[in-house]
Design a protein around this ligand. Structure first.
Ligand SMILES: [Zn+2]
Length: 339
C-alpha cells in the first residue's frame, strides 16, 4: 500500500482488509457519512476523521475474529443465544480484543445464523465501523469522558434501530475516569431492551470492581505468534539494557534497514505480553523480570497507554523507527517515575 510514512493516513485511504473483504460493500461516501454519527470517541467534538481512521486501521494486523482465539469464538457463538448484559473481554492484545468485540456485534446482528458470515451487508458495516447499532466509546487513544457515556445512556432507553442488538463497545475501558464509570454503572443497572455492553481491558483488575462484578468475563489467550521474529530476543535484551542504563539503543534503531513495521509491532506486542505478566505477578519474559514497575497499577496503566499509542501510530503509518524510539523513551521515563 502506498503511504507517506511520516503522516497520518487520509480517511479514504483504504486498507488491505477492505480490498479483500468488501467486493459488494456499500459506497464509501455513504459509509463515511454515517460513520460520524456512530462513533463517540474523544475526538468526536473536533474531528470525525480522527475516529474514522481508528476503526479502519485497527484491523490492519488482526483478522475478525482474531486468529488463535477459536475457543472464545465458539463460546461467543453459543453465548449469542442469550447474551449477557455486560460482557468483559480481557487478555490477548488490544487489537484482538477490539476485533473480537466487532465479532460479537456481528454475532448479535448477522441475519445468517449462529455463526456470523462476516460477508453480508450487516457484517460488512460492522467491520467498517458504520453499523448503526454499534456504539463505540474509544479509550484506545484518549480518556473516555463522562459526556460520551451520557450520550450512550440517552440511547439505551431506545430499542435498537434494526432487528438485532445494539452493542455498546467500551474499548480499553481502563481509560475511563471514575465519574464516567459511575454513569456507566447506572446505565448497566437499567438496561434498555435490546442493548448490551462489551468492555475491553487488558486485565479485569484494571477496571473498577463494581464494573467487573456486573460483567460476564472471558479471557482471550496469549497466543504465540505464528512466526516469531528471530531478532526479537536480541531487541528485548537491548531494550532492557536501555531501560536500565540508558545506553545502546539509538545506535541500533539508527540502522534503518533493521527496523521495519513488523519488527516494531512484534516488539510492542512483546512488551504488552510482558506487561500482562507483570500485572498477573507472573513475570516470565526477560522484560517482565527486569521492568521495575511491579506493584504500581498506575504505572502499569501508563505503560499500557504508551504501548497502545505506539501500535496506533504504527497502524497510522508513522515511521516504524520513530515509533520504536518514542516508545522506548517513554518507557525509559516511566521506569524512572515515582509511582
Ligand atoms: Zn453476516
Amino acid at each position: 500500500m502506498k503511504s507517506n510514512e511520516n503522516s497520518l493516513p487520509v480517511p479514504n485511504n483504504c486498507g488491505k482488509m477492505q480490498d479483500t473483504y468488501f467486493p459488494g460493500s456499500p459506497g464509501r461516501d455513504t459509509t463515511s457519512q454515517n460513520f460520524s454519527q456512530h462513533i463517540i470517541d474523544a475526538g468526536d467534538t473536533h474531528s470525525n476523521n480522527n475516529g474514522m481512521f481508528h476503526m479502519k486501521h485497527i484491523n490492519e494486523y488482526e483478522t475478525i475474529p482474531p486468529k488463535g482465539q477459536e475457543r472464545i469464538v465458539d463460546y461467543l457463538n453459543t453465548l449469542g443465544n442469550n447474551p449477557p448484559n455486560v460482557l468483559l473481554l480481557e487478555g490477548g492484545n488490544a487489537a484482538q480484543r477490539f476485533n473480537m468485540a466487532l465479532y460479537w456485534a456481528a454475532r448479535l446482528n448477522c441475519p445468517n445464523g449462529m455463526v456470523p458470515c462476516m460477508q453480508c451487508p450487516t457484517c460488512t458495516q460492522i467491520r467498517e465501523g458504520v453499523f448503526r447499532d454499534v456504539e463505540l466509546l474509544d479509550g484506545r487513544s484518549e480518556q473516555i469522558l463522562i459526556e460520551q457515556v451520557r450520550k450512550v445512556r440517552g440511547l439505551m432507553g431506545k430499542q435498537p434501530y434494526g432487528e438485532g442488538w445494539r452493542v455498546i463497545i467500551l474499548a480499553e475501558a481502563q481509560h475511563m475516569d471514575a465519574p464516567a464509570a459511575n454513569v456507566l454503572l447506572k446505565s448497566m443497572e437499567e438496561p434498555g431492551a435490546g442493548n448490551v455492553f462489551i468492555l475491553l481491558a487488558p486485565q479485569r483488575g484494571a477496571l473498577l470492581p463494581t464494573l467487573v462484578s456486573r460483567s460476564f468475563t472471558l479471557t482471550l489467550s496469549w497466543t504465540r505468534q505464528e512466526n516469531p521474529n528471530p531478532d526479537l530476543p536480541e531487541w528485548e535484551q537491548a531494550l532492557v539494557t536501555f531501560l536500565q542504563k540508558g545506553q545502546g539503543w539509538f545506535v541500533r534503531t539508527a540502522k534503518k534497514d533493521l527496523v521495519d513495521v513488523h519488527l516494531v509491532r512484534d516488539i510492542i506486542i512483546h512488551c504488552q505480553t510482558s506487561l500482562v505478566q507483570i500485572m498477573n505477578r507472573a513475570p516470565r519474559t526477560l522484560l517482565a523480570n527486569n521492568l521495575n514497575i511491579q506493584g504500581s497499577m498506575a504505572r502499569c496503566g501508563r505503560m499500557e497507554s504508551i504501548l497502545a499509542l505506539g501500535l496506533k501510530a504504527l497502524n497510522a503509518r508513522v515511521n516504524p523507527a520513530l515509533v520504536l524510539d518514542w516508545t522506548a523513551v517513554r518507557l525509559w521515563k516511566l521506569v524512572r517515575e515515582k509511582s
